[in-house]
Design a binder for this molecule. Structure first.
Ligand code: GLY
Ligand code: MN
Ligand code: MN
Length: 435
């Protein structure tokens, strides 16, 4: 991603915030895993979106119409002794020359300088309520502007939430974002394909996970977009199963839900296939309902279509299939209205995808469902999960869980399935598994 794209985003945000506004964006905190060991650091997506800056202990401040510059960064000071251990630190000079900050100050200076930056501005925006420490810091800085010396006129009077405005911007992806998401999807597809090829009865779920992650890392995707799910047999009925420690048995299905994060952008794909390479008739019957429904939903995706229409399309297709198999009884539309499919299909048809796997952006605006526009990216993930806990159905179906999920880009004329390289047709999967 080029520096100028980050600058365009900052300018757009400031335009949307209006005159005399300040936006404060905090970098993600570092988190301790155990003792002195930390989790791998991942920058906060909003912070990354606006700055491209990936160091912790940073605060970005954007101020509309400020003469000395609109982008002020507080970041770590360079420290040779620390850099021997942890590698380079960008410091204040490079924050300006390489990241486009108009001014950069040591993070240790923030309590002194930030209140001065707030004084005299009308509106202050940040991610209100996201983190108690951040709320307290902003309150403290605002209180400084309320000090005895400052006049009434110098105190900001509106404290606003940045999310609504910023997340609306993040919802529609630019050309360069789409190029990166495409690459994330490509790596993810290769990982899934490898898992399908390598699967054999008797392997453990984590062994299959290793095949997938091997491909991700080998192709430059060192981080998963979320915890990988490899769920054999009835484990697939737990939607976010992540133990991945059971043996994959001959005659069972395995559900793999995984995606890579590549240059901060996510992919998210699910495939379900038979451990031994052949679907049995029951598995195939359930699988084909899910597949047909998922394909039907994807066919409807184009600009102008409302989000809830996709949900309804899925509910109708799944309900129709369950009626045909005798798993539901009654008239389709009535069952859809009563949501009788819910014990088998209990999640939504998907979610926005981008810097976060469940990306930001509202699904409805002013109580009306969102209308799709070119440049939006989301998953279409449909499933049927017949938990062994369901009692009042023919027992032959129990323990079957299927999910099929692809990443979809809305284009000017329709859509593009970014993850179509991962096979999902029954015959195609069976051929690959018997090569
Ligand atoms: N893997 C989480 C999801 O599909 O939403
Ligand atoms: Mn998903
Ligand atoms: Mn998923």
């Amino acid at each position: 991603m080029q520096t100028k794209e980050f600058k365009l985003r900052r300018n757009e945000l400031l335009k949307r915030l209006g005159p005399s506004s300040v936006a404060i964006i905090f970098a993600a905190k570092e988190c301790v895993r155990s003792g002195k060991v930390k989790y791998p650091y991942r920058q906060n997506s909003d912070f990354y979106y606006l700055t491209g800056f990936i160091e912790p202990e940073s605060i970005a401040v954007l101020i509309s119409g400020r003469g000395e510059g609109e982008f002020i960064l507080f970041n770590r000071e360079r420290d040779c002794a620390k850099e021997i251990w942890y590698g380079e630190c960008i410091g204040q000079k490079r924050a300006c020359s390489e990241f486009g900050a108009d001014q950069a100050f040591a993070i240790s200076e923030v309590d002194k300088i930030l209140p001065q930056l707030l004084a005299g501005r009308d509106n202050v925006y940040f991610n209100v309520g996201f983190d108690h420490d951040f709320d307290q810091k902003v309150t403290f800085w605002l209180n400084q502007t309320y000090s005895k010396e400052s006049s009434e006129a110098e105190r900001p009077y509106l404290l606003g939430n940045l999310n609504n405005i910023l997340h609306e911007m993040r919802l529609k992806k630019s050309k360069s974002e789409i190029a990166i998401i495409r690459k994330a999807a490509e790596i993810t597809a290769k990982g899934h394909l490898r898992a399908i090829e390598k699967c054999r009865p008797g392997m453990y779920e984590f062994e299959l996970e290793a095949e997938l992650l091997y491909e991700f890392v080998r192709l430059g995707g060192r981080h998963e977009a979320f915890e990988t799910i490899v769920a054999g047999g009835q484990n697939a009925c737990t939607l976010h199963y992540s133990k991945n420690d059971k043996k994959l048995l001959d005659g069972e299905l395995v559900l793999v839900d995984a995606g890579v994060e590549y240059q901060y952008y996510c992919s998210d794909v699910s495939r379900t296939f038979p451990v031994n390479g052949r679907f049995n008739p029951k598995q195939r019957a359930i699988y084909e309902i899910v597949l047909n429904a998922q394909v039907e939903v994807i066919k409807q995706v184009r600009p102008g279509v409302k989000w809830d229409y996709l949900q309804l399309t899925a509910e109708r297709a799944i309900t129709g299939g369950l009626i045909e198999l005798g798993l539901l009884e009654g008239e389709r539309e009535r069952l859809v209205v009563k949501q009788d499919f819910k014990p088998f299909f209990m999640h939504k048809i998907g979610h926005w995808l981008g810097l976060d796997a469940h990306d930001v952006g509202e699904y409805s605006v002013d109580d009306k469902w969102r209308v799709l526009e070119a440049g939006m990216v989301f998953t279409v993930e449909l499933g049927i999960y017949i938990s062994p806990e369901i009692h009042d159905i023919d027992h032959k179906w129990l323990g079957i869980g299927v999910r099929i999920e692809d990443d979809i880009l809305v284009t000017e004329n329709g859509c593009e399935v970014l993850t179509k390289a991962v096979p999902k047709d029954v015959a195609e999967i069976e051929v690959i598994m018997h090569k």
